[in-house]
Design a protein around this ligand. Structure first.
Ligand SMILES: NC(=O)c1ccc[n+]([C@@H]2O[C@H](COP(=O)([O-])OP(=O)(O)OC[C@H]3O[C@@H](n4cnc5c(N)ncnc54)[C@H](O)[C@@H]3O)[C@@H](O)[C@H]2O)c1
Length: 381
């Protein structure tokens, strides 16, 4: 493996792959040779490149991980595909549906394995929810709702490349974390979001950017700062309609004090409900009208076969964010190691560029709905 963009999440890609035990981590590419070397030394990776082109040209690199800021996804991934390398990209796949479609088509043409890290799919109880819904435990689903809220952009002195359309794309919070929620509920329910009505807000429209680069969730240093006008959203309310008739809503925001990585969804069916919260990811709430509500613990002896396959510890032993991330890497690298073709059936936590394209289509529809004054807008795929 070689990784381009060793920032906040890049280190977790390396950690997850290292835990597999059958993949050599060969090289890192950053924006300069000096920063690449520094990161490579810190992460115990042998080679360091000052450009992604050099990493992609290294014959020892068979799989390219892309964890660069969003606007770089298109050139980095296209170059990797052109060189015939497998690609694992972080989300959002691209900054628009048309760019994401270009990447999906290029990946299909290249015939390589392509994946997007929608890592919440790798949680055992997410797979349990999926199995229960597919098996009819909830009956017909009529309501899917939830939120993805954080607070690391609450202060006007908080800044991220995500807020700069040149680096992050036209959407900030929706593309960054809303894309996770959309993929997750589509994955769990088996239904696609087909229409949206969105109201987007830029709560903090002037921010004070530090000159030193700051990673996500990190406090900026107290050096000189410059005022920057922000136009992309840090808060969103979206109504959604699914194929199959279910309706729903999601709140998305990165300016909500007290909410750290507060991703949750609830699915209400005619027989029962399910609720999963990322911050309490070892519990799945089951709601009923004619019996007591229950909390199912992540205990492999109580889970269905698909969920059990993603569980590595007995009941009472907490599994967490990094374990789900490792589960996704295990699905993708086992697929590659087994020499499977991209069209072969995939394990459920393995999201492809097709899924990345799908989420980009929903994000585009959300932006379009807001632009037209919060009107119902079809998701064009
Ligand atoms: N799956 C998840 O839960 C998750 C979490 C965080 C971020 N992400 C995604 O991962 C990506 C990176 O986000 P982050 O928070 O790690 O950002 P970050 O700013 O912490 O890291 C980005 C890295 O890319 C490097 N970089 C910039 N230009 C480069 C270039 N030309 N060549 C090589 N490297 C370059 C930067 O120096 C930095 O090290 C984004 O697409 C983001 O949406 C996903």
């Amino acid at each position: 493996m070689g990784l381009v963009g060793p920032g906040f999440v890049g280190a977790h890609h390396i950690d997850a792959v290292r835990r597999l035990g059958f993949v050599d981590i060969v090289a890192i590419a950053a924006s300069s040779e000096v920063s690449a070397r520094r990161k490579a030394d810190a992460l115990g990776v042998p080679k360091a490149y000052g450009s992604y082109e050099k990493l992609i040209a290294d014959p020892a690199v068979h799989v390219v991980h892309n964890t660069t800021p969003n606007a770089l996804h298109l050139p980095v991934i296209l170059a990797a595909l052109k060189a015939g390398k497998h690609v694992i990209s972080d989300k959002p796949l691209a900054t628009s549906a048309s760019d994401a479609r270009q990447l999906r088509d290029a990946a299909q043409q290249a015939g390589v394995v392509h994946a997007v890290t929608f890592n919440y799919r790798g949680n055992p109880l997410v797979q349990q929810a999926r199995e229960m819904i597919a098996g009819g435990a909830l009956g017909a689903v009529h309501f899917v709702h939830g939120a993805y809220l954080q607070d690391w952009l609450l202060e006007s002195t908080d800044y991220s490349w995500r807020l700069d359309p040149e680096a992050g794309g036209p959407s900030s919070a929706v593309a960054d974390i809303g894309s996770h929620w959309c993929d997750l509920v589509q994955h769990v329910t088996g239904h696609r979001i087909v229409e949206v009505l969105a109201d987007l807000t830029t709560v903090i429209d002037t921010r004070f950017r530090s000159h030193a680069p700051t990673e996500a969730f990190a406090q900026a240093s107290t050096g000189t700062r410059e005022a920057v006008k922000v136009s992309s959203e840090d808060l969103a309310t979206v109504l959604v309609r699914f194929d199959g008739g279910a309706k729903g809503s999601v709140s998305i925001g990165q300016v909500c004090a007290g909410h750290k990585n507060d991703l949750w969804f609830e699915v209400n069916g005619r027989r029962a409900s399910l609720n999963w919260k990322q911050e309490r990811q070892n519990e799945l709430w089951i709601g009923r009208r004619d019996a007591a509500n229950a909390t199912l613990a992540k205990d492999p002896s109580l889970l269905g076969p698909a969920a059990k396959a993603y569980t590595h510890l007995p009941g009472g032993h907490q599994e967490a964010w990094a374990d789900a991330f490792r589960n996704v890497m295990h699905d993708v690298y086992t697929f590659i190691a087994d020499g499977k073709k991209p069209s072969d059936p995939r394990p459920p936590a393995f999201a492809t560029f097709e899924d990345g394209y799908d989420a980009a289509c929903v994000v585009d529809a959300i932006l379009e709905s807001h632009r037209h004054g919060a009107v119902w807008t079809k998701v064009t795929r």
